[in-house]
Design a binder for this molecule. Structure first.
Ligand code: PLP
Ligand code: COI
Length: 356
């Protein structure tokens, strides 16, 4: 698929737009009128279609359901103040999509198919892109194995789909988080760096247990010692200690190479803020809270945007962060990202893929 004319388009005759309450959006609950679909068979991607959002027919024996050959991406389209729409850093998501595909022994998707499928869907559902501050159209591309075969072997056929839905902020409060020292999300050699569906399923039991104890999120630690911080739920994690922005390194392939993480580090470096990507021990963070050198702790992610941590529990003790109302690095970086995404500040790094 080299251009949009290769996509067969069937428009909905019953738009749900007018019935959608844009003032009370819950992440992941509302979908736009259309979806994109393509099939992988005989070694190539074909049957590019945009069709009304609907249920799909699948065989109960597809290997995605049994063996988890399934991965996804998450990105957002924003409404600029001049009314235009731009998708944020699509090229980075395309790159990571193919890293996930490689790790799960699934076919690569050419970058032009990834980008054109998303821009075509956003274009047709243009009116679904919210204009309110902190709102966006969340885009969910995913691939799953479709061979109806219970043998444990990579599928020969796959379906690629893209869904979209308007969303507001994921969290609107400071998070109460727990440092997880019993369960593990990822280990070296595993699939932590891929956006594999199974990673999220495996995180649900520990997250549910933590929620029952009153926590909003888990901070994952390394599989070997549980002494080093990795990521926070579906977000990367950063700390400001002694004026340095510190975040767990992505070396070792246990954590997701977050695109928001990259954007924040790029802005910080551009502002001359010292950045350290390295191992971050739990003890260092607790010491930073206790001696007041830690001024900021936050998660970075597409759905989470920038979400600040209010308190952090470790081995039964809860440590409260000193969170002044303003002047924090996280506020500055969130404001700048919002301005770039809404076309209010120059897009110095070329992150906006503006639809024409
Ligand atoms: N880590 C995990 C496990 C995630 O699911 C996400 C969300 O996509 C992130 C980190 C943040 O990545 P990004 O900023 O690319 O959304
Ligand atoms: C995203 O930020 O796109 C994610 O994938 C998070 C989602 C699992 C809630």
């Amino acid at each position: 698929m080299n251009n949009l004319s290769d996509i067969q388009i069937t428009r909905t005759t019953q738009s749900r737009l007018a019935k959608t309450d844009f003032d009370n959006l819950v992440f992941g609950e509302t979908f736009s009128d259309h979806m994109f679909a393509a099939d992988y068979m005989d070694g190539e991607w074909k049957n590019f279609q945009i069709l009304p959002y609907s249920e799909i027919n699948i065989s109960p024996s597809i290997s995605a359901l049994h063996y988890g050959q399934c991965f996804f991406e998450g990105l957002k389209a924003y409404r600029h103040i001049d009314g235009k729409v731009a998708v944020f850093r699509t090229d980075k998501n395309a790159e990571r999509f193919n890293k996930s595909a490689e790790r799960l022994c699934m076919p690569q998707l050419p970058v032009d198919i990834f980008i054109n499928s998303i821009t075509a869907l956003v274009d047709i559902d243009w009116n679904w892109v919210p204009s309110a501050a902190n709102h966006s159209l969340y885009i969910r591309p995913f691939v799953f194995a479709t061979d109806p075969f219970l043998g444990v072997t990579p599928s020969a056929t796959y379906r690629y789909m893209v869904l979209a839905g308007p969303t507001g902020p994921y969290f609107s409060k400071l998070l109460k988080v727990k440092i997880e020292t019993q369960y593990t999300l990822a280990a070296e050699g595993g699939i932590g760096y891929a956006k594999a569906a199974g990673n999220y399923g495996g995180a649900m039991l520990p997250a549910r247990k933590a929620a029952k104890e009153g926590f909003d999120q888990l901070i994952w630690t390394d599989a070997k010692t549980h002494h080093y911080i990795e990521e926070m739920g579906a977000a990367n994690i950063m700390f400001m200690i002694d004026g340095k922005l510190i975040t767990p390194s992505i070396e070792g392939n246990t954590i997701l190479k977050g695109i928001t993480r990259d954007s924040v580090l790029t802005l910080a470096r551009g502002w001359g803020v010292p950045v350290e990507e390295r191992r971050v021990s739990v003890n260092e963070i607790i010491a930073g809270i206790e001696n007041s050198t830690l001024s900021d702790a936050f998660g970075t992610g597409t759905a989470f945007t920038i979400t600040c941590i209010g308190s952090l529990a470790y081995n039964g003790t809860e440590y409260f962060l000193n969170n002044p109302d303003s002047g924090k690095f996280s506020d500055r970086v969130l404001n700048k990202l919002n301005q770039i995404r809404r076309g209010e500040a120059p897009d110095e790094y070329g992150w906006n893929h503006v639809l024409v």
